[in-house]
Design a protein around this ligand. Structure first.
Ligand SMILES: Cc1cc2nc3c(=O)[nH]c(=O)nc-3n(C[C@H](O)[C@H](O)[C@H](O)COP(=O)(O)OP(=O)(O)OC[C@H]3O[C@@H](n4cnc5c(N)ncnc54)[C@H](O)[C@@H]3O)c2cc1C
Length: 492
């Protein structure tokens, strides 16, 4: 046999698997990346690289962000612990109780330890995600618990460090080489992959294969098939290589589909964003500060509670809701009181501006009469409870307004007023394969498929309807690490 382990994919999950396989004694590890070198790294490259993980005490964060107290005085006092139960509550709340109990417990339990492993094996460097997660209140920065730490240089840094780690660990990397089919022996054991590379087709043999090659978010035909219309028209926030190839290869040999196949992660993004992620713009098209304003569709109506929860728990489902609005277009409207609270990513496009709400509405492609009526009704009902606190659910709500806004419901009364046009962009799909605790793929006869493991976006069952920010990369690292170890040990 030529290789001990073949890993398919070049993102965070695949590299965690490849590094872990080397860590556990696999000598010859081959990693196949379908993308050319300059487009390598999948969604991982485009990501904000924020990791959600458990910790029982804030001092456990010191190894990742040793300068936090110096840079943000009060950090240790201000950050709440994020124990296993809190992570589980968040995951179960947003997935309506459907997250696979066994896999989600494994994910949460292993999350802190896997972060430490990434730091040691991958030499990953981390920092506080100030621009996305930090909220300035007066002179202080407030941090949400659980998801506030990211890789330095975000996804670009995370991906680059993984490729450097791969080279250091002498993992053989082949670019421009897309796996197309799994090979099997007479017993059904997976023995390698057939792939198409720069020199044409080639079969690579191995004692075990780990599939870590993403979901089907790039594939309009599968999006229509599984998610329905209008998902075939959605803009793709990240990689244009994740066509569901790994899922197809595994389903073709009898793997069991698992999880929420009609579900996906999608976020509010700049309506003018390109059709696929742009390599040097990465995730900067996101528009996630809607909690401080309101959203109007082209009929001039609000259609969702913008302040239902912290945006890290609503952003991943609001993208889909925006996509389903008429013309998949909405406007996020703010007044000047909150402009300094908006994420810096808003600066990547110019908003419409005006000194009056009438003047603003006239510039938008909306029903002008209804839009103005909606803004006036909102203003009449806003401002109950509170006081306004951008760092937590503040109870500042509307009364007599439908749909209500349950937090941060400030009146829009301080010019200039601004509006950003926004659509929904797909990030990744939730449907995947069933695995056991060794990340081994299970077949539709409920038995494990010998020699086949999977990780990352290809794992089914974790996410349903929605998703807590920072869990995708954490899941990729946890199950990648498990898959690499199990693949290496399965043939030791
Ligand atoms: C804009 C954006 C921002 C995000 N921000 C965050 C964040 O801050 N925190 C977080 O937790 N998650 C975030 N995510 C989600 C996160 O990026 C994904 O959950 C994660 O990258 C998935 O890792 P993966 O390794 O499974 O897939 P990917 O990183 O997408 O990697 C898949 C790899 O497989 C390769 N491939 C595909 N088909 C084949 C084939 N046939 N043969 C060989 N290779 C193949 C691809 O080229 C790619 O290298 C974000 C995603 C996007 C798009």
């Amino acid at each position: 046999m030529a290789y001990d382990v073949i890993v398919v994919g070049g993102g965070n999950a695949a590299f965690a698997a490849a590094a872990s396989a080397r860590d556990h004694g696999a000598k010859r590890v081959l990693l196949l990346e379908k993308a050319p070198r300059e487009k390598r790294g999948g969604n991982t490259h485009f990501s904000g690289a924020i990791f959600r993980f458990r910790y029982d005490d804030v001092s456990e964060l010191d190894r990742f962000v040793p300068d936090a107290e110096r840079d943000y005085p009060g950090f240790h006092k201000g950050v709440q612990p994020y124990p296993l139960e809190a992570y589980r509550d968040d995951l179960m709340r947003v997935t309506q109780g459907r997250s696979d109990p066994e896999l989600s417990t494994l994910l949460i339990e292993s999350s802190y330890d896997t972060m430490c492993w990434m730091q040691e094996v991958g030499r990953h460097k981390f920092e506080l995600a100030l621009s996305v997660m930090g909220v300035r209140v007066g002179n202080e920065v407030k941090w949400p618990r659980g998801a506030m730490i990211r890789a330095v240089h975000e996804g670009v840094g995370l991906s680059k460090t993984w490729f450097e780690t791969g080279e250091k660990l002498r993992i053989e990397i082949r670019y421009d080489t897309g796996a197309q089919r799994l090979t099997q022996d007479g017993s059904g054991r997976v023995t390698g992959v057939l792939a198409r590379g720069p020199e044409g087709f080639a079969t690579f043999d191995a004692k075990a294969v780990v599939l870590g090659c993403g979901g089907f978010e790039t594939n309009p035909e599968w999006r229509l098939r599984y998610l329905g219309a209008p998902w075939d028209h959605a803009k793709v926030r990240g990689s244009n290589f994740n066509y569901g190839d790994g899922l197809k290869m595994a389903l073709d040999i009898g793997a069991m589909p698992w999880g929420h196949w009609s579900g996906c992660h999608a976020t509010p993004i700049n309506a003018e964003a390109a059709d696929y992620g742009v390599q040097n713009l990465t995730d900067k098209t996101n528009r996630l500060s809607y909690i401080f304003g309101i959203m109007l569709n082209v009929e001039g109506r609000r259609w969702v509670d913008e302040g239902a929860d912290m945006n890290s728990f609503t952003y991943a489902k609001y993208g889909g809701m925006i996509l389903k609005q008429p013309r998949s277009l909405v406007y996020q409207i703010f007044d000047s009181k909150v402009l300094e609270l908006l994420e810096p990513r808003y600066a990547t496009s110019e908003p419409f501006r005006a000194d009056t709400l009438e003047g603003l509405v006239k510039q938008l492609k909306v029903d002008h009469i209804q839009a103005l009526r909606t803004l006036q009704e909102y203003n009449r009902g806003a401002g109950h409870g509170g006081p306004f606190n951008p760092a937590q659910l503040d109870g500042l709500h509307t009364e007599g307004v439908d749909p209500p806004k349950t937090n941060w419901a400030l009146k829009l009364d301080t010019p200039p007023y601004v509006a950003w046009p926004v659509t929904g962009g797909i990030t990744f799909t939730f449907g995947g394969l069933r695995i056991n605790r060794d990340a081994q793929v299970i077949a539709t006869d409920w038995k494990p498929i010998s020699g086949l493991f999977t990780c990352g976006e290809m794992v089914g069952g974790l996410f349903h309807y929605n998703y807590p920010l920072g869990t995708g990369l954490m899941s990729g690292a946890v199950f990648g690490r498990i898959a690499g170890r199990a693949a290496a040990l399965s043939n030791a």
